[in-house]
Design a protein around this ligand. Structure first.
Ligand code: TXA
Ligand code: MG
Length: 344
Protein backbone atom coordinates (compact mmCIF):
# COMPACT_ATOMS: atom_id res chain seq x y z
CA UNK A 1 0.00 0.00 0.00
CA UNK A 2 1.23 3.49 -0.85
CA UNK A 3 1.30 5.84 2.15
CA UNK A 4 0.39 9.41 1.18
CA UNK A 5 1.91 12.25 3.16
CA UNK A 6 -0.47 15.21 2.91
CA UNK A 7 -1.41 18.45 4.68
CA UNK A 8 -4.72 19.21 6.36
CA UNK A 9 -5.89 20.62 2.99
CA UNK A 10 -6.69 17.00 2.13
CA UNK A 11 -9.09 16.62 5.05
CA UNK A 12 -12.02 15.69 2.79
CA UNK A 13 -10.20 12.66 1.43
CA UNK A 14 -8.98 11.79 4.95
CA UNK A 15 -12.53 11.92 6.31
CA UNK A 16 -13.67 9.59 3.53
CA UNK A 17 -10.94 7.06 4.41
CA UNK A 18 -12.15 7.06 8.04
CA UNK A 19 -15.80 6.59 6.97
CA UNK A 20 -14.74 3.70 4.76
CA UNK A 21 -13.12 1.96 7.73
CA UNK A 22 -9.51 2.87 6.84
CA UNK A 23 -6.65 4.38 8.85
CA UNK A 24 -5.35 7.96 8.86
CA UNK A 25 -2.46 9.18 11.03
CA UNK A 26 -2.86 12.76 12.26
CA UNK A 27 -1.18 15.27 14.58
CA UNK A 28 -2.51 16.07 18.04
CA UNK A 29 -1.02 18.46 20.58
CA UNK A 30 0.57 15.52 22.46
CA UNK A 31 1.82 12.96 19.91
CA UNK A 32 0.66 11.75 16.46
CA UNK A 33 -2.35 9.43 16.54
CA UNK A 34 -3.36 6.55 14.26
CA UNK A 35 -7.08 7.02 13.70
CA UNK A 36 -10.02 4.84 12.68
CA UNK A 37 -13.79 4.90 13.12
CA UNK A 38 -14.21 4.02 16.84
CA UNK A 39 -17.65 2.46 16.32
CA UNK A 40 -16.47 0.10 13.56
CA UNK A 41 -14.93 -3.06 14.98
CA UNK A 42 -13.12 -3.99 11.73
CA UNK A 43 -11.57 -0.53 11.51
CA UNK A 44 -10.31 -0.79 15.09
CA UNK A 45 -8.84 -4.20 14.27
CA UNK A 46 -6.79 -2.57 11.49
CA UNK A 47 -5.16 -0.28 14.06
CA UNK A 48 -3.95 -3.25 16.12
CA UNK A 49 -2.59 -4.90 13.01
CA UNK A 50 -0.71 -1.82 11.75
CA UNK A 51 0.86 -1.18 15.17
CA UNK A 52 1.46 -4.82 16.10
CA UNK A 53 -0.38 -3.96 19.31
CA UNK A 54 -1.64 -6.55 21.85
CA UNK A 55 -5.43 -6.69 21.52
CA UNK A 56 -6.05 -6.32 25.27
CA UNK A 57 -4.72 -2.77 25.12
CA UNK A 58 -7.72 -0.46 24.59
CA UNK A 59 -7.83 2.66 22.40
CA UNK A 60 -8.70 6.26 23.23
CA UNK A 61 -11.81 7.65 21.50
CA UNK A 62 -11.20 11.18 20.17
CA UNK A 63 -14.07 13.63 19.84
CA UNK A 64 -14.38 17.18 18.48
CA UNK A 65 -17.39 18.34 20.50
CA UNK A 66 -18.09 17.69 24.19
CA UNK A 67 -21.66 16.54 23.35
CA UNK A 68 -20.14 13.47 21.65
CA UNK A 69 -19.31 12.09 25.10
CA UNK A 70 -22.93 10.96 25.16
CA UNK A 71 -22.40 8.80 22.06
CA UNK A 72 -19.86 6.58 23.82
CA UNK A 73 -20.35 6.96 27.60
CA UNK A 74 -23.14 6.82 30.16
CA UNK A 75 -23.63 7.54 33.87
CA UNK A 76 -21.06 10.32 33.62
CA UNK A 77 -20.46 11.96 37.02
CA UNK A 78 -20.67 15.71 37.68
CA UNK A 79 -16.96 15.74 38.54
CA UNK A 80 -16.15 14.13 35.19
CA UNK A 81 -18.16 16.78 33.31
CA UNK A 82 -16.40 19.42 35.34
CA UNK A 83 -12.87 18.39 34.35
CA UNK A 84 -13.89 17.77 30.74
CA UNK A 85 -15.35 21.27 30.52
CA UNK A 86 -12.29 22.71 32.24
CA UNK A 87 -9.44 20.97 30.43
CA UNK A 88 -10.94 20.24 26.99
CA UNK A 89 -9.93 20.66 24.33
CA UNK A 90 -6.54 19.55 25.61
CA UNK A 91 -4.17 16.79 26.73
CA UNK A 92 -6.54 15.00 29.14
CA UNK A 93 -8.11 11.56 28.62
CA UNK A 94 -11.04 10.62 30.84
CA UNK A 95 -12.11 7.03 31.59
CA UNK A 96 -15.92 6.74 31.71
CA UNK A 97 -18.52 3.96 31.79
CA UNK A 98 -18.99 2.83 28.21
CA UNK A 99 -22.20 2.58 26.24
CA UNK A 100 -22.89 -0.82 24.76
CA UNK A 101 -22.70 0.68 21.25
CA UNK A 102 -18.91 1.02 21.58
CA UNK A 103 -17.44 -2.22 20.22
CA UNK A 104 -15.22 -4.42 22.39
CA UNK A 105 -12.61 -4.14 19.67
CA UNK A 106 -12.15 -0.48 20.65
CA UNK A 107 -12.14 -0.93 24.44
CA UNK A 108 -10.33 -4.26 24.65
CA UNK A 109 -13.48 -5.77 26.17
CA UNK A 110 -13.45 -3.37 29.15
CA UNK A 111 -16.73 -1.97 30.56
CA UNK A 112 -15.16 1.50 30.38
CA UNK A 113 -14.09 3.79 27.55
CA UNK A 114 -11.28 6.34 27.31
CA UNK A 115 -12.35 9.69 25.79
CA UNK A 116 -10.33 12.74 24.79
CA UNK A 117 -11.03 15.97 22.93
CA UNK A 118 -7.71 17.10 21.42
CA UNK A 119 -6.93 20.78 20.91
CA UNK A 120 -4.88 20.43 17.71
CA UNK A 121 -6.90 22.04 14.89
CA UNK A 122 -5.96 19.33 12.37
CA UNK A 123 -7.22 16.61 14.73
CA UNK A 124 -10.49 18.44 15.33
CA UNK A 125 -10.98 19.13 11.59
CA UNK A 126 -10.44 15.47 10.77
CA UNK A 127 -12.90 14.27 13.41
CA UNK A 128 -15.51 16.82 12.30
CA UNK A 129 -15.04 16.10 8.60
CA UNK A 130 -15.24 12.32 9.10
CA UNK A 131 -18.55 12.62 10.94
CA UNK A 132 -17.30 9.89 13.28
CA UNK A 133 -15.64 9.60 16.67
CA UNK A 134 -12.09 8.43 16.10
CA UNK A 135 -10.25 5.71 18.02
CA UNK A 136 -6.55 6.55 18.01
CA UNK A 137 -3.52 5.20 19.81
CA UNK A 138 -0.13 6.83 19.30
CA UNK A 139 0.92 6.21 15.67
CA UNK A 140 4.11 4.23 16.45
CA UNK A 141 4.86 0.57 16.05
CA UNK A 142 4.04 -1.02 19.42
CA UNK A 143 7.06 -0.74 21.75
CA UNK A 144 8.79 2.11 19.85
CA UNK A 145 8.83 5.70 21.13
CA UNK A 146 5.64 7.63 20.31
CA UNK A 147 5.89 9.78 17.15
CA UNK A 148 6.20 13.53 17.52
CA UNK A 149 6.68 14.30 13.79
CA UNK A 150 5.06 13.00 10.60
CA UNK A 151 8.51 11.64 9.68
CA UNK A 152 8.45 9.38 12.76
CA UNK A 153 5.03 8.10 11.70
CA UNK A 154 6.34 7.42 8.19
CA UNK A 155 9.27 5.41 9.64
CA UNK A 156 6.85 3.10 11.45
CA UNK A 157 3.76 3.07 9.20
CA UNK A 158 5.06 3.33 5.62
CA UNK A 159 3.24 0.81 3.44
CA UNK A 160 0.80 -0.08 6.24
CA UNK A 161 -1.64 2.83 6.14
CA UNK A 162 -3.02 4.95 3.26
CA UNK A 163 -2.52 8.46 4.68
CA UNK A 164 -0.53 10.60 7.11
CA UNK A 165 -1.57 14.20 7.77
CA UNK A 166 1.58 16.25 8.37
CA UNK A 167 1.12 19.00 10.93
CA UNK A 168 4.80 19.50 11.72
CA UNK A 169 6.33 18.75 15.11
CA UNK A 170 3.82 18.43 17.98
CA UNK A 171 3.81 20.91 20.85
CA UNK A 172 3.74 18.86 24.05
CA UNK A 173 5.55 15.68 23.06
CA UNK A 174 4.27 13.20 25.65
CA UNK A 175 0.90 11.48 25.74
CA UNK A 176 -2.18 12.84 27.50
CA UNK A 177 -2.82 12.46 31.21
CA UNK A 178 -5.32 9.63 31.77
CA UNK A 179 -7.70 9.98 34.70
CA UNK A 180 -10.24 7.32 35.68
CA UNK A 181 -13.51 8.98 36.68
CA UNK A 182 -15.51 5.77 37.24
CA UNK A 183 -14.45 5.09 40.85
CA UNK A 184 -15.11 6.78 44.20
CA UNK A 185 -11.98 8.92 43.96
CA UNK A 186 -10.55 10.04 40.58
CA UNK A 187 -7.33 8.20 39.80
CA UNK A 188 -4.49 9.12 37.44
CA UNK A 189 -3.59 6.03 35.39
CA UNK A 190 -0.94 7.75 33.25
CA UNK A 191 0.82 11.01 34.20
CA UNK A 192 0.97 13.70 31.52
CA UNK A 193 0.97 17.42 30.85
CA UNK A 194 -2.11 17.97 33.06
CA UNK A 195 -0.69 17.36 36.53
CA UNK A 196 -2.28 16.01 39.71
CA UNK A 197 -2.18 19.52 41.21
CA UNK A 198 -3.99 20.99 38.19
CA UNK A 199 -6.74 18.36 38.46
CA UNK A 200 -7.06 18.79 42.22
CA UNK A 201 -7.60 22.50 41.81
CA UNK A 202 -10.77 21.72 39.85
CA UNK A 203 -12.21 18.56 41.49
CA UNK A 204 -10.46 18.07 44.84
CA UNK A 205 -8.55 14.96 45.91
CA UNK A 206 -7.10 12.80 43.13
CA UNK A 207 -5.12 9.56 43.58
CA UNK A 208 -2.32 8.19 41.41
CA UNK A 209 -2.24 4.54 40.38
CA UNK A 210 0.64 3.12 42.48
CA UNK A 211 1.79 1.17 39.42
CA UNK A 212 2.76 4.38 37.59
CA UNK A 213 4.09 6.53 40.41
CA UNK A 214 6.99 4.31 41.49
CA UNK A 215 10.66 4.80 40.76
CA UNK A 216 11.33 1.08 40.67
CA UNK A 217 9.68 -1.62 38.62
CA UNK A 218 6.42 -2.49 40.41
CA UNK A 219 6.41 -6.20 39.78
CA UNK A 220 3.47 -7.09 42.03
CA UNK A 221 1.16 -4.26 41.07
CA UNK A 222 -0.82 -4.50 37.85
CA UNK A 223 -1.28 -1.11 36.17
CA UNK A 224 -4.92 -0.12 35.77
CA UNK A 225 -4.35 1.24 32.25
CA UNK A 226 -3.55 -1.96 30.35
CA UNK A 227 -1.03 -0.13 28.13
CA UNK A 228 1.12 0.94 31.08
CA UNK A 229 2.29 -2.60 31.79
CA UNK A 230 4.21 -2.96 28.53
CA UNK A 231 7.87 -2.02 28.14
CA UNK A 232 7.20 1.05 26.07
CA UNK A 233 9.14 3.86 24.55
CA UNK A 234 12.28 1.79 24.61
CA UNK A 235 15.31 2.56 22.45
CA UNK A 236 17.10 -0.52 21.12
CA UNK A 237 20.27 0.22 23.08
CA UNK A 238 20.54 -0.04 26.84
CA UNK A 239 19.50 3.21 28.58
CA UNK A 240 20.68 4.08 32.10
CA UNK A 241 19.55 7.13 34.09
CA UNK A 242 21.87 8.78 36.60
CA UNK A 243 20.58 11.05 39.38
CA UNK A 244 22.24 13.05 42.15
CA UNK A 245 24.19 16.31 42.59
CA UNK A 246 24.97 17.80 39.16
CA UNK A 247 28.79 17.58 39.36
CA UNK A 248 28.68 13.95 40.44
CA UNK A 249 26.18 13.06 37.72
CA UNK A 250 28.38 14.60 35.03
CA UNK A 251 31.48 12.79 36.33
CA UNK A 252 29.69 9.45 36.58
CA UNK A 253 28.21 9.66 33.08
CA UNK A 254 31.57 10.67 31.61
CA UNK A 255 33.21 7.71 33.37
CA UNK A 256 30.57 5.20 32.25
CA UNK A 257 30.55 6.53 28.68
CA UNK A 258 34.36 6.38 28.55
CA UNK A 259 34.45 2.79 29.82
CA UNK A 260 31.97 1.55 27.20
CA UNK A 261 33.62 3.55 24.43
CA UNK A 262 36.96 1.90 25.26
CA UNK A 263 35.26 -1.48 25.03
CA UNK A 264 34.30 -0.58 21.46
CA UNK A 265 30.61 0.17 21.92
CA UNK A 266 28.68 3.05 20.39
CA UNK A 267 27.75 5.32 23.28
CA UNK A 268 25.29 8.20 23.65
CA UNK A 269 24.84 10.83 26.36
CA UNK A 270 21.56 12.64 27.02
CA UNK A 271 22.29 15.95 28.75
CA UNK A 272 20.59 19.33 29.15
CA UNK A 273 21.41 22.76 27.73
CA UNK A 274 22.91 23.63 31.12
CA UNK A 275 25.35 20.67 31.17
CA UNK A 276 25.98 19.52 27.58
CA UNK A 277 29.36 21.29 27.30
CA UNK A 278 30.71 19.29 30.23
CA UNK A 279 30.49 15.90 28.51
CA UNK A 280 33.33 14.74 26.31
CA UNK A 281 32.61 11.16 25.20
CA UNK A 282 30.16 9.60 22.78
CA UNK A 283 27.30 11.11 20.81
CA UNK A 284 26.05 13.97 23.00
CA UNK A 285 22.53 15.40 22.77
CA UNK A 286 20.72 17.99 24.82
CA UNK A 287 17.12 17.04 25.60
CA UNK A 288 16.15 20.62 26.55
CA UNK A 289 16.47 23.11 29.35
CA UNK A 290 16.38 21.90 32.92
CA UNK A 291 14.72 25.17 33.95
CA UNK A 292 11.98 24.67 31.34
CA UNK A 293 10.48 21.14 31.58
CA UNK A 294 8.21 21.77 28.57
CA UNK A 295 11.28 21.69 26.31
CA UNK A 296 12.35 18.34 27.77
CA UNK A 297 8.93 16.77 27.18
CA UNK A 298 8.92 18.09 23.61
CA UNK A 299 12.25 16.44 22.68
CA UNK A 300 12.07 13.22 24.71
CA UNK A 301 10.75 10.81 22.07
CA UNK A 302 12.72 12.24 19.16
CA UNK A 303 15.91 11.76 21.20
CA UNK A 304 15.03 8.14 21.93
CA UNK A 305 14.43 7.60 18.20
CA UNK A 306 17.73 9.32 17.44
CA UNK A 307 19.47 6.75 19.70
CA UNK A 308 18.07 4.02 17.43
CA UNK A 309 19.03 5.86 14.22
CA UNK A 310 22.62 6.08 15.47
CA UNK A 311 22.51 2.45 16.58
CA UNK A 312 23.79 3.36 20.00
CA UNK A 313 24.56 0.37 22.24
CA UNK A 314 24.69 2.22 25.56
CA UNK A 315 22.95 5.48 26.43
CA UNK A 316 23.47 7.40 29.65
CA UNK A 317 21.04 10.13 30.61
CA UNK A 318 20.71 12.71 33.30
CA UNK A 319 17.55 12.29 35.29
CA UNK A 320 14.82 14.81 36.12
CA UNK A 321 12.86 16.33 38.97
CA UNK A 322 9.71 14.47 39.72
CA UNK A 323 7.19 17.18 40.50
CA UNK A 324 4.62 18.52 38.06
CA UNK A 325 5.42 17.74 34.44
CA UNK A 326 8.69 16.14 35.62
CA UNK A 327 6.58 13.30 36.99
CA UNK A 328 5.33 12.44 33.50
CA UNK A 329 8.81 12.85 32.00
CA UNK A 330 10.43 10.54 34.55
CA UNK A 331 7.60 8.01 34.17
CA UNK A 332 8.43 7.72 30.44
CA UNK A 333 12.21 7.83 30.97
CA UNK A 334 12.18 5.14 33.67
CA UNK A 335 10.11 2.87 31.46
CA UNK A 336 12.43 3.47 28.52
CA UNK A 337 15.36 2.59 30.81
CA UNK A 338 13.66 -0.53 32.12
CA UNK A 339 13.94 1.22 35.54
CA UNK A 340 17.73 1.20 35.37
CA UNK A 341 18.55 4.19 37.61
CA UNK A 342 21.85 4.96 39.34
CA UNK A 343 21.41 7.20 42.41
CA UNK A 344 24.53 9.04 43.61
O1 TXA B 1 -2.03 11.79 23.97
C1 TXA B 1 -2.60 10.72 23.76
O2 TXA B 1 -3.39 10.23 24.59
C2 TXA B 1 -2.32 10.03 22.42
C3 TXA B 1 -2.92 10.87 21.31
C4 TXA B 1 -2.85 10.19 19.98
O3 TXA B 1 -4.23 11.23 21.62
N1 TXA B 1 -2.88 8.70 22.42
C5 TXA B 1 -2.34 7.67 23.13
O4 TXA B 1 -2.94 6.44 22.92
O5 TXA B 1 -1.40 7.81 23.87
P1 TXA B 1 -2.27 5.05 23.33
O6 TXA B 1 -3.15 4.02 22.72
O7 TXA B 1 -0.87 5.05 22.95
O8 TXA B 1 -2.45 4.98 24.86
C6 TXA B 1 -3.73 4.74 25.40
C7 TXA B 1 -3.62 4.33 26.85
C8 TXA B 1 -3.13 2.90 27.01
O9 TXA B 1 -2.23 2.83 28.10
C9 TXA B 1 -4.42 2.16 27.33
O10 TXA B 1 -4.20 1.01 28.06
C10 TXA B 1 -5.20 3.21 28.11
O11 TXA B 1 -4.93 4.39 27.41
N2 TXA B 1 -6.66 2.99 28.09
C11 TXA B 1 -7.49 3.06 27.02
N3 TXA B 1 -8.76 2.76 27.37
C12 TXA B 1 -8.74 2.49 28.71
C13 TXA B 1 -9.71 2.11 29.67
N4 TXA B 1 -11.00 1.94 29.33
N5 TXA B 1 -9.32 1.91 30.94
C14 TXA B 1 -8.02 2.10 31.30
N6 TXA B 1 -7.04 2.46 30.44
C15 TXA B 1 -7.39 2.65 29.16
MG1 MG C 1 1.12 4.60 22.80
Amino acid sequence: METKLVTIDNVKEAGQIIRDGGLVAFPTETVYGLGADAMNEDAAARIYKAKGRPSDNPLIVHISDIEQVNLVAEEVSEAAWKIMRHFWPGPLTVILNKKKEVPDGTTGGLPTVAVRMPSHPAARDLIRESGRVIAAPSANTSGRPSPTTAGHVMEDMKGKIPMIIDGGAVGIGIESTIVDMTGEVPMILRPGYITKAMLEEVIGAVQVDPAVSGRTMQKDIVAKAPGMKYRHYAPKGSLTLVEGPEDQVVDKINALAWEKTRQGYRVGVIATDETIARYYVGVRKSIGRRDNPDTIATHLYSILRFCDDFELDYIYSESFFEDGLGNAIMNRMLKAAGYHLISL
